[in-house]
Design a protein around this ligand. Sequence first.
Ligand code: FAD
Ligand code: SF4
Length: 509
Amino acid sequence: MSTPRHVLVLGDQLTEQVGPMARAEPGETRVLMIEARSIATALPHHKQKLALVFSAMRHFARSLVERGFEVAYLEAADFSDGISTYLSQHEGARIDVMAPTDWGVGDELVDAAQRAGGYVDIVENELWLTTDNEFDAWAEGRNSLRLEYFYRSMRAARGWLMVEGKPAGGKWNYDADNRQTPEKGHRFPGLQTFPPDDLTQEVLDDVCTRWPDHFGSAEHFVWPVTRGDALQALDDFLEHRLAEFGPYEDAMVDGEDVLYHSLLSVPLNLGLLHPREVCERALQQAADPASGVPLASIEGFIRQILGWREFIRHVYRTRMPELRVENGLEAERPLPDFYWSGQTQMRCVGQSVDQVVRTGHAHHIQRLMVLGNFALIAGIDPRELNDWFLATFVDALDWVVTPNVMGMSQFADLGSFTSKPYAASGKYVDRMSDYCAECVYDVKSVDGPNACPMNSLYWSFIDRHEDRWMSNHRMAMITRGWMKRDPEKKRVILERAADVHRRLASGEL
Ligand SMILES: Cc1cc2nc3c(=O)[nH]c(=O)nc-3n(C[C@H](O)[C@H](O)[C@H](O)COP(=O)(O)OP(=O)(O)OC[C@H]3O[C@@H](n4cnc5c(N)ncnc54)[C@H](O)[C@@H]3O)c2cc1C
Ligand code: SF4
């Protein structure tokens, strides 16, 4: 009998479509899966997130067993503990694992195996659309890394939405068409949901018993936990939401959780869907004239997956571990309690946190322009915010949270891959949402006790970093305008910002 292969399947690599498990045969391959308790206890993770990851892992293990694989599913203190337990039963074994995306995990596995007298061999992670070499070759010699140019290059290389070497429709970017807000009373399509089966319910109950004080509600769990669920979630998005994805991509609507977003970050980040199949299915759908998918929608969607998702993970790969601890704007204020409780009178923030408590999800503009923006302009410590995002979202993994929070949202890296901070006053929130209509604060006022806190905080953010913004070509004009303002008007606005900070500290905002 030939020596069996050993394959470690991590919780974000639940695939038989690519990688070692795509080539594995029952009888020849032994599978190891480690449910690491350290993941659950490092932060007070959302109960639905822990249930999602553990349930998806257990479903995956069960499906492998049903196909005849021998699976060692170990509940361990951490990865090292799991590896050493496994190697105590399989002396000297060589274990293949696809390169872990989260920083440090690969080294931890290799070291643990060495200590236990075995080997972990890191093999290529095939769950990505682009390779490390492809990104590194593109990045070489560039002064700055910008998504737009990476995305164009990757699209051209694949011929996606390309006509005779040129972008379809003559433009690379349809962002300007994609900033619409729906009319009042607009009816959004429903979302295909996946209520817990017996196994997921068992995991949910277990999580609630073990970690009752962790963040978030365990009610109304709707997430896909199997490959079959994930394919249905993809079909649901393509059929019901892709066509309108573009125009309303940046909109926020009070009481509407999903709008036309895909919610596919969940199955993508678990490995249940491959980004290539997601893009190819979307392109196929859009190519059918009967589908009614406009170019702005399919372009916007491909940009997110082939562009942002791939770009972000390469930024993470090349900028860790410094990225996690940077604080270039010297923002030191503590994260307000309302990020955990949702108890604030600011309607935009309160509603967004409430959604995260209920579902473990909020869409991109809520993350960037409400939850991130408030922290940025209020000078909250970005490392605390990073931990908050890591703990509270069901799709949160270090590789995707850290660059999005530290870089894109908080500018803590001083723009290593963005050209300006995503900072905005209440005016932006008012333009892109209907939150302000229901808010106790007045979005049109900058000073006075009733003024929208976002307004004065925005100007105090500009004021605090005046010198820095004057040397940023995308911030200089607005900063110059601020500098030229009447000193008395500036004083009153900054006084309101100081008052907002006092209220923030005393929990009255
Ligand atoms: C502060 C902040 C925190 C974030 N935290 C996470 C996180 O924990 N997990 C996560 O997957 N994404 C995160 N993102 C990126 C993005 O907001 C989410 O991927 C998206 O909201 C997920 O919802 P969706 O699947 O409906 O996305 P859609 O709007 O339907 O977009 C389609 C897909 O594009 C990809 N995508 C789009 N933008 C990004 C991006 N900036 N980075 C990486 N992938 C992107 C995602 O896979 C997403 O599923 C964060 C962004 C910000 C600004
Ligand atoms: S008025 Fe200000 S705080 Fe209130 S919802 Fe609008 S932007 Fe948010």
